[in-house]
Design a protein around this ligand. Structure first.
Ligand code: GLN
Length: 456
């Protein structure tokens, strides 16, 4: 009830949620009954969870922040939603987001603008801005988001919470509305590394409904959070940390760089050796990402035709039904991405754009592999600056895209990454949080969680 009270009290100002469940108390009572009757309850018993609106829930609308899916209620729960419910979690509602995950501020939602709880005149980041703001304002305990090019990590950084992007394939995407299928991953937000790790454990593992989900065994991510490592004065002794040189150069806010340098010193105090490493293809990742993500989205979003899902307009012939449903249902950013994507894929341009971007993707993957052969983890800022003012990037999409430079490469390589608070940018009246990104080798979430837990 404390959380619900805070949720209702803060929501008019923050607007993290597109939908709030009206059965939370009933579900909590059912859990109390189970506990009283000594029935088995799961590891998320009574945990209040916010779910990004592009993750399907059968008892709540799922719009992906788009008018084209207004009032749409899927006939099934996404696998991750089923997982958290089985573990005793209670879904409190659906969180606001940039339409279909396309954006970095959550201003691209067709419904409302979410405010950053640290400074209400600023954005929470995006596209999972609602999920990040909700945890930051303690409207729920943990939340689920999706990360195609940074949409869990950048809002975690802007809102001063922990954000975890798992390895591609660690978590089932069944029931996640596809943006760019080769990059999309469902991720976790929490107020601590332990919270995010426990949530990750609940949702990880193979799913027969998602052929790209991995059959690898899922380690018990939670077990290390009770370890006594903290008692040791050098608990991370021997751990090799590579600070990515290209992420602390020109164009990055100086206070962000000094927070990351401070975090690197803290890691050294904990016993790590920190050296600078170069990822030569780093800056190529951004244009390659925007070509690949737009191309995949132009294909994925073709399913919204006004017939199968959501709103349908009245039209006298089929082509105008498609055209008018899409013209009225999609917002301008989504339309721009579809146009960019179809252009990049079209005959005559394919070799120059899509194919080259795929080649860059291979380069990026190779350069991460080389750097992670020499290092246990890599570190960088999670974003080149702290949270933007609402409206600041609205008419400047290129500068908004540039803000994704720290995160997109990780998706191109499919690697896991953890973001956690590591400092502040002093903005006269208010301090704004800065997050550090820790990147690991594929399927090494356990190592990231251990380092993050000891670091925080
Ligand atoms: N900001 C990036 C984009 O607009 C990433 C979004 C995401 O990860 N969903 O594509």
């Amino acid at each position: 009830t404390t959380f619900l009270h805070r949720l209702n009290h803060t929501e008019p100002k923050i607007k993290s949620f597109l939908y709030i469940s009206d059965v939370v108390l009933k579900e909590a009572e059912e859990i109390d009954r189970k506990i009283a009757a000594n029935e088995e309850v799961g590891p998320l018993v009574g945990v209040l969870i916010g779910v990004k609106d592009n993750i399907c829930t059968c008892d709540m609308p799922s719009t992906a922040g788009s008018k084209i899916l207004e009032n749409y209620k899927p006939p099934f729960d996404a696998t991750v939603v089923g997982n958290v419910k089985e573990c005793g979690g209670i879904v409190v509602g659906k969180t606001n987001m940039d339409e279909f995950g396309m954006g970095s501020t959550t201003e691209g939602s067709a419904y409302q603008v979410t405010a950053n709880p640290w400074d209400l005149s600023r954005v929470p980041g995006g596209s999972s801005g609602g999920s990040a703001a909700a945890v930051s304002a303690r409207q729920c305990m943990v939340s689920l988001g999706s990360d195609t090019g940074g949409s869990v990590r950048q809002p975690a950084s802007f809102c001063g919470v922990v954000g975890l992007k798992p390895t591609y394939g660690r978590v089932s995407r069944y029931g996640l509305m596809a943006y760019a299928s080769s990059l999309d991953v469902i991720g976790c937000f929490g107020s601590s590394v332990a919270d995010a790790g426990i949530l990750l454990h609940a949702i990880s593992g193979h799913d027969k409904f998602d052929a790209t989900s991995s059959k690898r065994e899922v380690p018990d991510f939670a077990s290390q959070f009770v370890a006594s490592d903290h008692l040791d004065s050098k608990p991370l002794k021997g751990l090799r940390v590579g600070l990515i040189r290209e992420t602390i150069e020109d164009g990055v806010d100086l206070e962000v760089i000094s927070s990351i340098r401070g975090a690197a010193s803290h890691l050294e105090e904990l016993g790590c050796t920190v050296t600078e490493v170069s990822l030569p293809s780093f800056s190529l990742g951004l244009p390659a990402y925007y070509i690949l993500a737009s191309s995949e989205s132009s294909s994925n979003l073709s399913r919204y035709d006004g017939v199968r899902y959501g709103k349908q307009v009245v039209a006298d012939e089929l082509n105008s039904l498609y055209g008018e449903s899409r013209a009225g249902g999609f917002g301008s950013e989504v339309k721009m991405r579809i146009l960019m994507g179809t252009y990049g894929l079209s005959a005559g341009y394919y070799d120059a754009y899509y194919k080259r971007a795929q080649q860059v993707r291979t380069l990026v993957r190779e350069s991460f592999r080389a750097a992670l052969d020499e290092n246990d983890i890599l570190i960088s800022p999670a974003a080149p600056s702290a949270a933007y003012k609402i409206g600041e990037k609205k008419n400047d999409p290129l500068s908004m895209y540039a803000g994704d430079i720290m995160t997109v490469n990780v998706n191109l390589a499919g690697l896991p990454a953890l973001v956690l608070p590591c400092g502040f940018v002093d903005n006269k009246s208010v301090a704004l949080p800065v997050g550090i990104q820790m990147i690991g080798a594929a399927f090494e979430e356990e190592k990231l969680l251990k380092v993050g837990h000891i670091f925080e």
